[in-house]
Write a protein that binds this ligand. Structure first.
Ligand SMILES: Cc1cc2nc3c(=O)[nH]c(=O)nc-3n(C[C@H](O)[C@H](O)[C@H](O)COP(=O)(O)OP(=O)(O)OC[C@H]3O[C@@H](n4cnc5c(N)ncnc54)[C@H](O)[C@@H]3O)c2cc1C
Length: 380
């Protein structure tokens, strides 16, 4: 492989994508479609495993990716979310999808493969030596040295690739998620979220039905996620746990750069996750499109600029998260009371939370008392 600066030629390039999660696979697919020589390295022996995700997607998935065939990975459709606090419960109409994450990742892996990506499973990025990437073939334990024109770090929230290229911002922080698959009785048309410190210190608990008899139940937190999770599960002795999963979720950090020389970060590796819900799938896929378009236009230095709208949205989610972090039970009850008004529900039905700016403007115009919550931004 030759070593060329990312900006100087529009000839097909040799591109190494590290990490075959959904974002790495989609990035590889889009680049292979452009005619580049794409190598995708994944440290596990199978794409989509182990599973560490709930798999909720807002209906905005259709808006951003109308050409992707979601029937390949869809397992449930929701029409509402039931929001619970210590003393209240409201139901908000909301269209949302639940996907099988293994099938989701494998769908993107298959697209990448069909477009010509060479997929190297059981291959782990170890380190960088000068301009070389050192990759370990875990089957033979051999170390391979490669020198791609472009390296893409799509290796998740702890991205070794981003760290080796000195792109990973040291101030980044993570949540730790714990989730169980449980058997029980559920309303399959709604998922439930529990807010308030009684349930989870610094996030929320989710109960997301896969069917009438099975659900994904989890929470995430910066501290002692498993203890908090066990405490929540004690409230539901009727549920039977069949599987436990855990994973790291990055907290969006606005100071994160996205490129250094010929290395780019995308997806969780770049922290492209909504801080309100910890949804990283749609933001990561959108960022993959921005990155690959800038490579196509031979203007790789425009990747950062192209993600501007996405970065502003993610920053807004982070500010909302900051407000929610300081809520007490009274604040949660006030929020639910305000939200339960028909005019607010209408806005929530109309605007997606993936695009929070129109939603916020609409609800503030209809109910200025929401502004009272911004006091929490000043307090911290
Ligand atoms: C409990 C939990 C629940 C979640 N729920 C949702 C949800 O409902 N909706 C949503 O949108 N998001 C959710 N997320 C977030 C979502 O899972 C991530 O945003 C998404 O997986 C990001 O995809 P990615 O491809 O960037 O990274 P990943 O999915 O982490 O993929 C990275 C890949 O890189 C590989 N890799 C890592 N290091 C190396 C290496 N050194 N060499 C080679 N390969 C390597 C990994 O094996 C992995 O396959 C959840 C996360 C967790 C933990």
């Amino acid at each position: 492989m030759s070593n060329q600066s990312a900006n100087i030629t529009n000839k097909p390039k040799t591109i190494a994508v590290i990490g075959a999660g959904p974002i790495g696979c989609y990035t590889a697919y889009l680049l292979a479609k452009q005619g580049h020589n794409v190598h995708l390295f994944e440290e596990h022996k199978e794409i989509g495993k182990p599973l560490q995700c709930t798999g909720l997607l807002t209906a905005d998935f259709d808006k951003y990716f109308p050409y992707l065939d979601k029937s390949q990975f869809l397992i449930n459709n929701f029409t509402a979310v039931n929001v619970k606090t210590k003393n209240q419960s409201i139901t908000i109409p909301q269209n949302e999808y639940l996907v099988c994450r293994t099938k989701f990742d494998q769908y993107f892996g298959q697209l990448a493969k069909e477009a010509g990506t060479k997929i190297h499973l059981n291959h782990s990025f170890l380190r960088k030596e000068n301009n070389n990437l050192i990759i370990k073939d875990k089957t033979t334990s051999q170390e391979i040295k490669i020198q791609p024109d472009i390296t893409i770090a799509a290796d998740g929230p702890l991205s070794k690739t981003a760290k080796a290229h000195h792109i990973f911002h040291h101030q980044r922080a993570n949540y730790y998620g714990v989730q169980a698959i449980v058997k029980g009785q559920f309303n399959k048309d709604q998922f439930i979220v529990y807010f308030g410190k009684d349930f989870c210190r610094d996030f929320f608990v989710w109960v997301v039905p896969e069917s009438k008899t099975s659900a994904r139940v989890g929470l995430c937190s910066k501290h002692n996620s498993k203890n908090q999770f066990d405490k929540f599960m004690k409230r539901h002795p009727e549920w039977q746990i069949t599987e436990i999963q855990a994973g790291v979720i990055p907290i969006y950090f606005h100071g994160q750069i996205l490129q250094k020389n010929n290395c780019f970060v995308v997806g969780d590796a770049a922290g492209q996750v909504k801080a309100t819900t910890l949804g990283g799938l749609i933001p990561g896929l959108r960022a993959a499109e921005h990155l690959t378009t800038s490579i196509k236009e031979n203007q790789t230095n425009r990747y950062y600029q192209k993600t501007r709208k996405l970065r502003i949205e993610l920053l807004l989610h982070k500010k909302i998260r900051k407000i929610m972090d300081s809520f007490n039970d009274k604040d949660w009850n006030t929020l639910l009371k305000l939200t339960n008004q028909p005019r607010i529900q209408k806005s929530l039905r109309k605007y997606s939370r993936d695009n929070p700016i129109p939603l916020i403007i609409s609800i503030l115009l209809k109910e200025p008392r929401f502004l009272l919550f911004t006091k929490h931004l000043i307090k911290q």
